[in-house]
Design a protein around this ligand. Structure first.
Ligand SMILES: Nc1nc2c(c(=O)[nH]1)N[C@H]1C(S)=C(S)[C@@H](COP(=O)(O)OP(=O)(O)OC[C@H]3O[C@@H](n4cnc5c(=O)[nH]c(N)nc54)[C@H](O)[C@@H]3O)O[C@H]1N2
Ligand SMILES: Nc1nc2c(c(=O)[nH]1)N[C@H]1C(S)=C(S)[C@@H](COP(=O)(O)OP(=O)(O)OC[C@H]3O[C@@H](n4cnc5c(=O)[nH]c(N)nc54)[C@H](O)[C@@H]3O)O[C@H]1N2
Ligand code: SF4
Ligand SMILES: [Mo]
Length: 768
């Protein structure tokens, strides 16, 4: 083997196209950007070159493992694992109900299993699920549902790369990206006189270095800053009345909330000069387009749901929606928060006027809101560790390291151990695997067909169904196959339908599509497991290694049936089912990624859930929180825990937990604690000293780095440290860096969305 093979980087949501040069012994010799990827066009950042640390990670697992009575693992055959697990699941379902089986998923890049896992869940009657999205985006999803009523999959985001004023709110795009070719474009934009870049971050982030304005907000006070900003716009009447009259309802309820806000006082609360904020308000008022990119700095912080609302209010009262450089609603192939197929859909449901209300689903034990069909990650351990009769009894985990990445790592360990059954599907031995009853090894993302579809791009959207680069070891099993086998073992796969599909596929695609349509019409209960049925039938007819693509056919059909113009806009041809089939073929045959939809900017209006295409400015549930701002900010720090710790900052060598081997990092090997020079001096500490960080939850040790980017009183540790090295080798175990969630309490979370306050953890520091 010597040829470069196209695939994707799996380290962040961009999933840039890469080319991989395999070596003789099935390792990655070299990685470079793939110029033919329609989004990244050859761009990669500093992290992609180290992908061999993932593909050949030393903690890779290659055989199914079962926990023994003494707590250690033994290897078992796949037949044994599938038979035992399916039997246990069925018994839990029978005794307690399928809804007591919780499904946890996550990861970057490994999305292909989503549609299969959803079918498997449906077969079990499991309804509760979670993913890391429920510790970052559920607050904004809740707000979006109220304002845009766009409950159909699409994310509401801003087109910051084209905005005249682009505001990064608790977002450090220099390190964390967010749109394709991010660093390259940011550098270009920073020299563009028609573009203003604003960074709102207590820290002078790497993005702040190239910004036109940096607002070093006091930690946790973004709500005061945004309220003051809106108040300036309202009080100066710098809002777009004609636009609002056409596209919104409810400004009369919003105006009184902001008319009397004492702007100078709020500026003091958040530590921003009033003149600076007034200048920003002026920029916003005068700009053709404004975008705001909110991310973890505010989403994992105090008032997070309120902040999501305020930033959208700010943009909407100034007419920044449905045009280039402003807010848009994306059109994904699959709803990533709940990738379940419910049947062929020809029209998207719309809501009418004031009759709108969303179902208020709650979890059985903590009563937490289920948003975007996800339960908050922070309540998972509480939903298990209780004697409540409706507690979770079994946990199914796919490609996410919940012990490491959920708040309260010790709570998670205890919860997984105390569940009656915990199963993990992963490629590596992880902190979570150490607590599971069964660990099922999957091929890496370079050894199977995979799907990159987290991108929320607009006006064109890209999906990338990657082909395998390497052959998988014989002893691992693809997730799609695992879920189909489990469903077969549980007796839910319909043999007659499978035989009929096989037969139709031998004839021609027309017959097959007609049969698929007829089957869904007559047996709608099969919709949810249709991806699994297609895997076993259509999958066999696809090229080697690509069977798992089959489950995406129903989603391609739905996209074509409900948004034909968008799909045709991207160059796909045909009408109705045929258009969907052609989209599926393009997706599964393209080596480099496919543009699935392309639309005019105004298409976002059509995506609004309101039948009259109105945006609803009023979110009454949040009005008391806006009014409460008047009482001022109460810092959560105190004499015992005087610092605000951001637990999980993204740096140039962090990549969640995808790379387990710490030697991948070229810098910051120990995952240093960063502290401002003034704070370090006051405490008599110096760079390189070993320090102990203590919070209400626990403690961790690492080296100190005195860093002049930090605001006084603010300290940070990186995301992804504290993985236990050598979990699957003969070498001694070692933990490198502080483990972020040894320090985060589970009840330290947003009232509405249950999202954690990882960026605002009261902490103290002392010499270790
Ligand atoms: N290099 C790298 N890139 C990544 C990842 C990675 O692990 N490494 N992970 C990916 C993932 S999963 C995600 S979700 C994204 C996250 O991307 P980001 O949200 O951009 O990443 P963070 O560094 O967690 O947080 C951003 C900023 O919030 C600031 N902040 C802290 N407290 C406050 C506050 O009170 N107010 C405000 N306004 N800001 C505050 C921090 O100083 C930090 O600079 O990154 C993705 N990209
Ligand atoms: N304190 C704190 N906690 C945080 C954050 C923070 O900022 N601070 N950030 C949060 C955010 S935004 C995120 S996105 C999460 C990320 O947290 P996780 O979702 O836990 O992400 P990873 O640690 O990357 O774990 C992904 C797992 O998938 C496995 N994997 C890789 N490829 C495959 C595959 O093909 N198949 C299968 N089955 N498994 C595979 C990897 O081995 C790894 O164990 O962390 C969250 N936790
Ligand atoms: S880490 Fe993200 S931005 Fe960097 S190459 Fe990988 S996918 Fe692209
Ligand atoms: Mo994330």
């Amino acid at each position: 083997m010597s040829d470069w093979k196209p695939s994707a980087c799996i380290l962040c949501e961009m999933m840039c196209g890469v080319e991989i040069l395999p070596s003789e012994d099935n390792t990655i010799a070299k990685v470079k950007g793939n110029k033919n990827h329609p989004g990244s066009k050859g761009y990669v950042c500093n992290k992609a070159g180290r992908l061999a640390h993932y593909q050949n990670g030393k903690d890779r697992i290659l055989e199914p493992l079962r926990r023994k009575a003494d707590g250690s693992f033994e290897t078992v055959s796949w037949d044994t694992a599938i038979a035992e697990i399916s039997e246990k699941l069925l018994s839990i379902k029978e005794i307690y109900g399928g809804d007591k089986i919780l499904y946890l998923t996550g990861g970057q890049g490994n999305h292909i299993s989503g549609v299969y896992g959803s079918g498997f869940r449906a077969a079990l009657g499991s309804i509760y699920r979670s993913s890391p999205i429920a510790q970052e985006k559920t607050g904004e999803i809740w707000v979006n549902n109220q304002m845009f009523r766009s409950t159909s999959a699409g994310a509401v985001r801003s087109d910051c790369e084209n905005a005249e004023v682009a505001i990064y709110l608790g977002k450090n795009p220099w390190h964390t990206h967010g749109f394709h070719q991010c660093r390259k474009k940011l550098q270009k934009l920073s020299k563009d006189d028609n573009h203003k870049m604003v960074v709102i971050d207590p820290r002078r982030s790497e993005s702040a270095d190239i910004a036109d304005m940096h607002l070093a907000v006091k930690n946790g006070t973004d709500a005061w800053m945004l309220a003051a900003l809106i108040a300036i716009l309202v009080q100066e009447d710098w809002v777009d009345h004609p636009w609002m009259a056409k596209h919104t309802v409810g400004y009369d309820h919003i105006k009184p909330l902001f008319s009397n806000i004492p702007i100078a006082e709020y500026c003091e609360q958040c530590g921003i000069e009033e003149s600076q904020l007034r200048l920003l308000a002026q920029w916003i008022h005068q700009a053709e387009s404004v975008g705001v990119w909110e991310d973890l700095g505010v989403q994992m912080n105090i008032n997070s749901t309120l902040v999501s609302y305020l930033h959208r209010l700010l943009l909407t009262i100034t007419g920044n929606f449905g045009k280039k450089g402003a807010q848009f609603i994306s059109l994904p192939l699959v709803n990533v928060t709940n990738p379940v197929f419910r049947g062929l859909q020809r029209a998207v449901p719309k809501f009418s006027g004031e009759n709108f209300s969303l179902p208020d689903y709650r979890t059985p034990v903590t009563g937490a809101r289920v948003i975007g069909s996800l339960i908050p990650c922070n309540v998972v351990s509480e939903e298990i560790l209780t004697d409540h009769p409706d507690r979770t009894r079994a946990v199914w985990i796919n490609g996410t390291n919940v012990v490491h990445s959920y708040a309260g790592s010790r709570n998670m360990e205890q919860a997984l151990r105390s569940a009656e059954l915990t199963v993990l599907v992963d490629v590596a031995m992880t902190e979570t695997a150490m607590q599971a009853d069964y660990v099922l090894p999957a091929p890496t993302q370079y050894e199977k067909a995979e799907m990159s579809m987290l991108q929320f791009e607009f006006p064109h959207n890209i999906a990338y169904l990657r082909h395998p680069v390497f052959d998988a070891p014989e002893t691992v099993m693809e997730e799609s196959e695992i879920y189909v086998r489990l469903c077969e073992a549980m007796g839910v796969m319909p043999d007659d339908v499978i035989r009929a599909f096989d037969l139709a596929l031998q004839s021609n695609e027309q017959d097959f599509l007609e049969l698929l349509e007829k089957t869904l019409d007559q047996q709608p209960q099969l919709a949810k497991i249709m991806p699994l049925i297609l895997y076993r039938t259509l999958g066999k007819t696809l090229p080697k290694g690509m069977a798992a693509a089959a489950g995406y056919l129903p989603f391609c059909l739905n996209l074509a049936l409900s948004y034909p113009d968008a799909v045709k806009g991207a160059g796909h041809q045909g009408e109705g089912m045929e258009l969907g089939w052609n989209l599926f073929k393009a997706l599964s045959n393209s080596p480099d990624g496919t543009v699935i939809t392309d639309e005019p900017w105004e298409a976002s209006f059509g995506r609004l859930g309101d039948a009259e295409q109105k945006i609803h400015l009023k979110v009454p549930d949040l009005f008391p929180e806006i009014e409460a701002l008047d009482q001022g900010f109460e810092p959560l720090t105190n004499s015992q825990f005087p610092f605000v710790l951001s637990s999980g900052e993204r740096r140039d060598y962090t990549a969640n937990g995808v790379y387990r081997d710490p030697t991948w990092r070229k810098k910051d090997f120990d995952c240093a604690l960063r502290m401002s020079p003034a704070d370090a001096e006051e405490m008599g500490l110096e760079s390189g000293q070993l320090v102990r960080i203590t919070t209400r939850q626990g403690e961790a040790e690492t080296v100190l780095e005195v860093n002049d980017r930090m605001r006084n009183g603010h300290i940070s540790i990186p995301n992804g440290g504290g993985l236990i090295n050598n979990l699957n080798t003969d070498q001694p175990l070692e933990m490198i860096g502080p483990s972020t969630n040894d320090l985060t309490p589970v009840d330290h979370r947003d009232e509405i969305a249950g999202t954690p306050w990882h960026k605002y953890v009261p902490a103290r520091v002392e010499l270790a």
